[in-house]
Design a protein around this ligand. Structure first.
Ligand SMILES: [Fe+2]
Length: 213
């Protein structure tokens, strides 16, 4: 190959490689935009003082076997990265209002009832396959500073590198969903709305997979 021809060939090769790399990274970032679970702010009630009992079963406290009020929901899912690979040993924290829509938190100044048997906050680490599971009750919605909230559960995910991802999960079929401006402002609502199915024992189970950015 003559020098000039070889130079042309090499520059074409470099150009096409650059296009392929560019296309690939664009595709990856596009995937990230499409697949990542929408984030939320932490909100005012992430517990500063955690309950003594912090396990993944929020339906009772410590050794007191009296159950919290409300319909029991099993909430499970996987924590995944943007390539849908499982993230193991990530800390998954949830916090939520009780059956009447009050947080088990002194900062919640509402007049709604306090449930002395409800844990209100729980934490668990993901398994090797990125799985997590909680047992909790369905919260009610609430009004906070004039803002109407539909029932939801807050999630905070912290990976081993201490990166934090915060989101909220909602309940399918809830009439108040239409009036919740946080939920309505999410572009891909279906990725944070979970359809819980009834189990034979009257509890409900739903799956919320979280794809972190
Ligand atoms: Fe909330």
């Amino acid at each position: 190959m003559k020098n000039q021809t070889r130079r042309n060939f090499l520059s074409k090769l470099l150009l096409s490689s650059a296009s392929i790399i560019g296309l690939y990274s664009n595709t990856k970032s596009l995937n990230a935009r499409i697949l990542t679970t929408p984030t939320h702010t932490e909100g005012p009630f992430y517990p500063i003082n955690k309950p003594i009992d912090q396990d993944a079963d929020l339906t009772f406290l410590n050794n007191n076997k009296k159950l919290a009020q409300g319909d029991i929901h099993i909430l499970k899912g996987r924590v995944l990265d943007i390539n849908k690979e499982p993230i193991s040993n990530a800390l998954v924290e949830i916090w939520q209002a009780n059956k009447w829509g009050r947080y088990q938190d002194q900062r919640d100044q509402s007049n709604l009832p306090w449930d002395k048997n409800f844990q209100g906050y729980g934490r668990v680490n993901t398994s090797e396959n990125g799985d997590y599971s909680f047992r909790t009750i369905k919260p009610s919605g609430y009004n906070y500073n004039g803002i109407k909230r539909t029932p939801h559960i807050h999630f905070k995910i912290t990976n081993e590198a201490k990166n934090i991802f915060i989101t909220q999960m909602y309940f399918a079929g809830e009439t108040e969903n239409e009036q919740d401006m946080f939920l309505q402002n999410i572009k891909r609502k279906s990725s944070v709305v979970v359809d819980f199915k009834a189990l034979p024992n009257n509890e409900k189970m739903g799956t919320f997979d979280i794809i972190v950015g």
